[in-house]
Design a protein around this ligand. Sequence first.
Ligand code: ADP
Ligand code: MG
Length: 248
Amino acid sequence: MSRKDVIARQREEFIEDEGVIFLDNVSKSYTSGSPALDGVTLHIDRGEFVFIVGDSGSGKSTLIKLLLRELTATSGAVYVMGQNLARIRHRQIPKFRRNLGVVFQDFRLLKDRNVYENVAFAQRVIETPMSEIRRNVPLILSDVGLAGKYKSKTTSLSGGEQQRVALARALINNPSILLADEPTGNLDPKNSWEIMNLLEDINARGTTVVVVTHSKEIVNAMKKRVVTMRKGVIISDEEEGSYIDDED
Ligand code: ADP
Ligand code: MG
């Protein structure tokens, strides 16, 4: 191995040690105004459960989009699973995203398809053999409590059920990381709790979970790590944290 290779390897090992997610002094500007993220450094270890909280406009969704490689940083570096996302080529992005499951506030299901097809679709995209898809989909639907609904059109489901379909779809390919951007934003408290309990189960089985939320009650009850953002900056990062109101 050449000296250059050794240095590259050492650098990679260093990044691995930084955890499954590492933002190194990351800024993101959309326009010439104040940046959406302004010098954010954040480490998340394998297997962690982290809430990201903060007022609307504080940069939470921007952070999630950077992790998904939907956006690239204006400065600084974003590493996911030891990969510098600025170095990933366009055609490698789909393969990179297989490491990630993602759910959004508005579910984003295929409206003209039933529950089974919505979940199976995620496996078809990665060319999973049909026989495996037929085995995997019922198992994951049963994990999210939807075993009996696989033939239902998603438009006939309640919000809580739709989000559980979205969660099943996010998990079917066994991602290392689950990113959820306000997954309970359209749900009542009961359904919100059900989704959070599922996220906790998923985390207990080893998936790293990052959840953006406005639910003060849930954050305060769950006693997880809480990262609080304000105007593009992390203003607090606490183990067993609580929701910090930004009004005062
Ligand atoms: P949050 O998810 O915390 O509400 P966002 O990351 O969506 O915050 O937005 C952070 C800031 O960046 C806000 O000021 C928002 O208006 C701005 N912003 C977000 N997306 C865009 C965009 N596509 N173009 C221009 N500005 C944007
Ligand atoms: Mg947002």
